[in-house]
Design a protein. Structure first.
Length: 267
């Protein structure tokens, strides 16, 4: 694990350690998504020397690169946290807007420091909100475009040599840069939850709430609201605050009000 001074230095680069407090059982995901996350968990459980024994180390390094693709709030970060917890590793989230610098040469230095710290810590790297990186490479119209492409190319190069798990998280689905996809080992899609999944998410979160609850909470009715997992979490939290403020058991009135508030926030 990186020490406190290292973390303070990384913080200036937009890199921070994510608290590991999510169990894999807490995730509600489609079977195909769970299967692919299982592939990654299986890779994390293999000792490093196994790749040399398989005879492929001459062609590809021992690192693994995954693309988590899905709308905001669909569980990408929670899945990364769950992988880190199940493997006993630290998770560092990278904000590329901070790592990429306007000054020539600084981006390369920032990336080198980030990858070196993660390698020394044996940590998982998650490049969050990597939409700009995943899109087609910019056409060169001026020196700024040329330098932006150089930055992306350098990041791709560092991803190739990183021996651990690197996750790119993106909302972007179409028009992906083939140079990126060619370096991805596992593509994991995180779709918006359907009604059945939303009902399961409401149930799991309400079971975790340590408040008195009304006897009749209609999960199927709550699941009619087309909310993401993150939105349901915030609705449950707001409903809990309402109930606690009124010194009443958490009931459907609180939950419906909070869910409708989330829906209204979209309009």
């Amino acid at each position: 694990m990186a020490n406190l001074i290292d973390e303070q230095q990384l913080g200036t680069l937009g890199v921070r350690r994510i608290a590991i407090d999510t169990d894999p059982e807490e995730l509600v995901l489609p079977a195909e998504t769970e299967k692919r996350l299982g592939w990654i968990a299986g890779w994390l459980s293999q000792p490093p020397f196994i790749f040399r024994e398989w005879g492929l180390s001459r062609y590809v390094d021992g690192g693994l690169r995954a693309l988590f693709r899905g709308d905001s709030g669909t569980g990408k970060t929670m899945a990364a946290v769950a992988l880190a917890k199940s493997s006993g590793l630290e998770l560092y989230r990278v904000d590329l807007s901070h790592v990429f610098s306007n000054y020539t040469g600084d981006t390369e230095k920032n990336l080198d420091r980030t990858f070196k710290a993660a390698e020394e810590a044996g940590a998982i790297l998650m490049f969050d909100e990597a939409d700009a990186l995943m899109g087609k490479r910019t056409q060169v119209h001026d020196a700024h475009d040329r330098y932006a492409n150089v930055e992306v190319a350098y990041l791709l190069q560092r991803l190739e040599t990183f021996p651990g798990l690197a996750i790119l998280a993106s909302n972007l689905r179409g028009n992906l840069d083939q140079a990126i996809l060619g370096r991805i080992d596992v593509l994991v899609d995180f779709p918006k939850p359907d009604a059945k999944a939303r009902e399961a998410i409401w149930g799991k979160l309400l079971n975790a709430v340590k408040l008195d609850k009304a006897d009749k909470i209609d999960l199927a009715r709550l699941a009619r609201h087309e909310l993401s997992g993150a939105e349901i979490l915030r609705a449950v939290r707001m409903a809990s605050l309402l109930a606690a403020g009124e010194e009443m058991p958490l009931d459907m009135a609180h939950l419906e009000a909070a869910a409708l508030e989330r829906v209204e926030m979209r309009s």
